[in-house]
Design a protein. Structure first.
Length: 76
């Protein structure tokens, strides 16, 4: 299961609290102390493609949208 879709099963398990508790015990993503999943985009929350240089903390898609406002120019 990916990091975002484990919550989709909550709709079916709302009526069964014991099974919900067991589901959460085994399927919630664990907290990470290192690696790719520790950083996320400060604007949209994506985990992949983070640009951390200059202290940005943005994913590449968000960076492309707001790069001109930040003062970056495209030279080619």
């Amino acid at each position: 299961m990916t990091y975002s879709n484990y919550r989709k099963a909550f709709k079916q398990l709302k009526a069964k609290p014991i099974k919900l508790k067991k589901f959460l015990k085994h399927n919630v993503p664990k907290k990470r102390s290192c690696g790719m999943a520790t950083k996320s985009c400060s604007r949209c929350g994506r985990i992949r493609g983070i640009i951390s240089s200059y202290g940005l903390g943005l994913c590449r898609q968000c960076f492309r949208e707001i790069a001109t406002y930040l003062g970056f120019k495209k030279y080619s």
